[in-house]
Ligand binder design. Sequence first.
Ligand SMILES: Nc1ncnc2c1ncn2[C@@H]1O[C@H](COP(=O)(O)OP(=O)(O)O)[C@@H](O)[C@H]1O
Ligand SMILES: [Mg+2]
Length: 232
Amino acid sequence: MAQLNHNLLSNFRPPGFPGSYFLSFEGIEGAGKSTQIIKVKEHLETQGFRVLVLREPGGTSFGEKLRSAILNTTTKLHPLAEAHLFASSRAQLLTEVVMPELNTPGTVIICDRYIDSSMAYQGIARDLGIGPILEIHQNFPLNLVPHLTLYLRIDLETSMKRQKLRNAPKDYFEAQGESFYQDLIKGYDRAAELFPERIRTIDASADFDKVNHLVIKEVDRLILQEKPLEDA
Ligand SMILES: Nc1ncnc2c1ncn2[C@@H]1O[C@H](COP(=O)(O)OP(=O)(O)O)[C@@H](O)[C@H]1O
Ligand SMILES: [Mg+2]
């Protein structure tokens, strides 16, 4: 794979809205993103935050159209076409929802998947390379990234076991073979290596309560550390 130009990493920053936070959850199918997000939402609400959960792709009426175009397609898309479709949905979500909502102090936006999924899916599993994904996201507002990303890491066997339990029909990506999932894990691992400040990797093969404890600890750490100091 081509050498990554590390200048591409320096352009990313979280949106600057005091008192509001932008979080994302990442990981392969069955990692526990949806179930953990529900608990984190409850936890933050009891602390007085207004919490909005968004899914990617989607979250806007335009994004939902792109979502079904991508996930229900019967033809194989070129990885660059996929990458641009996701980025297009993301740019719209940022403009239409994320930034205006974060403008109200005390808001938390939680995204179920974000830029790291593009790195894992199109960048590594679809073999486009991480560089092109980072390039697509260099300009505002796509260079805005979460304050904190929880990467729920599970292995392939755990994913397959949990997907079987869930027994839902498979979409475009879920219908891929096992080597695709192995590549996704490699992709998320690579993203976590490239963005160590933002991404916390959590062993999500543990039982639900243990994973939840680790997740809440990271969320609390972010929020407490960023709270302005009380007057002495
Ligand atoms: N830590 C866990 N241990 C066992 N099962 C889990 C755990 N976390 C989630 N699950 C179960 O695994 C399935 C997939 O979880 P889900 O939250 O839908 O994952 P994702 O949104 O990442 O695909 C669900 O049936 C859920 O109840
Ligand atoms: Mg889910």
